[in-house]
Design a protein around this ligand. Structure first.
Ligand SMILES: *[C@@H]1O[C@H](CO)[C@@H](O)[C@H](O)[C@H]1NC(C)=O
Ligand SMILES: *[C@@H]1O[C@H](CO)[C@@H](O)[C@H](O)[C@H]1NC(C)=O
Length: 316
């Protein structure tokens, strides 16, 4: 015998309940995601609770019945949009000008010197698009350097399979990825580090996504607007008053970093919210590149214009 009648009845009742939360799929590991828990804790006033689940835009695209929102880099958004035209980018949480850190002892004094070198990154992510874009601007083709994989590190001391440790050990010559791994890699080799960054060549556009399914449901839409409103209040705190509000400590605790490292990479994170007219050109170009690496056809500009949906921002 396992269950009391009361337990069975409660269980059945629970199963029959309609879904009563705003469900958000997001990686819980990175700095970029932290405005979401902060917004839920401090500002969100929706009619239902908001819950964060580990995941991303792929979960939203494949299971629109299980999630109302997701957060991820634009790279993952574009990959999903190619096959799921119901996905919409509705808000920008954060834009991050990624950096490449290289070891000067390997004869690297400018970006073009990375030709023929071993560069650490994650294939298939925003980081590999970043490395590609950076190298392309100095005329170095993908085939003219070697991509090496490795793990990221959030806090020193970094394990030996992480990119900062591989740079220190000399098994890679450089690496490019999201923070704080680059900061920790630069720390690991001290004055031998040289950094490359250019936000107009590549920046991660870490965005909030929804689906037309959720956006066309009036009850869900109301809570989505409330959540974005809460995020917008959060971005004001993150951008303008982080120190006064203990944000460096908050973020450090959320993602397992040291607060001084959070503070030193803060400048690389732009808490944008909305976007300018240049974003469409940026994603059209990026989608062309991703279409090649993913062996699919590029999404048309007309469809990408639909992907960028300002209608929730307009309701704030
Ligand atoms: C960034 O890249 C753009 C486009 O290639 C270039 O015009 C600009 O000078 C670069 N900025 C820096 C600081 O290198
Ligand atoms: C968000 O809040 C700021 C104030 O911090 C405001 O200027 C802005 O227009 C709001 N809306 C969006 C979409 O960012």
């Amino acid at each position: 015998m396992c269950c009391s009648l009361r337990f069975v009845l409660v269980s059945i009742f629970t199963l029959l309940q309609p879904i009563i939360t705003l469900r958000i799929a997001t990686s819980l590991a990175w700095i970029e995601h932290t405005p979401q828990p902060y917004a839920i804790k401090n500002f969100y006033k929706g009619s239902t609770a908001a819950t964060l689940t580990s995941g991303g835009v792929a979960n939203l695209a494949s299971n629109p019945q299980d999630f109302e929102l997701a957060a991820n880099a634009e790279t993952q958004g574009l990959k999903q949009y190619a096959n799921h035209k119901n996905v919409r980018l509705i808000y920008i949480v954060c834009e991050v000008a990624y950096r490449i850190v290289a070891d000067k002892r390997k004869g690297i004094t400018k970006l073009a010197d990375l030709k023929g070198k071993k560069i650490g990154t994650f294939s298939g992510t925003s980081a590999s698009v970043f490395v590609h874009n950076m190298m392309a601007t100095v005329g170095v083709k993908d085939s003219e350097y070697t991509i090496k994989s490795g793990n990221v590190c959030m806090k020193a001391p970094c394990a030996s399979d992480t990119l900062p440790s591989q740079l220190k050990a000399g098994s890679i010559d450089a690496f490019g990825i999201w923070e704080p791994a680059v900061e920790l890699g630069a720390d690991a080799i001290g004055s031998n580090a040289i950094l490359f960054q250019n936000a107009s060549i590549y920046r991660e556009v870490y965005s909030l996504y929804s689906t037309t399914d959720a956006l066309n449901n009036p009850a869900k839409r109301k809570d989505i607007v409330e959540f974005v409103r809460a995020l917008n209040k959060t971005l004001d705190v993150f951008a303008n008053k982080p120190k006064e509000n203990g944000v460096y400590d908050y973020v450090a605790k959320e993602v397992g970093m040291d607060a001084p490292v959070v503070e030193s990479v803060w400048v690389d994170h732009k808490w944008s919210g909305t976007w300018g007219n240049d974003l469409i050109d940026f994603i059209v170009e990026e989608d062309k590149y991703l279409a090649g690496t993913d062996k699919r056809s590029a999404t048309s500009r007309k469809d990408l214009e639909k992907f960028l949906d300002r209608s929730i921002i307009d309701e704030l």
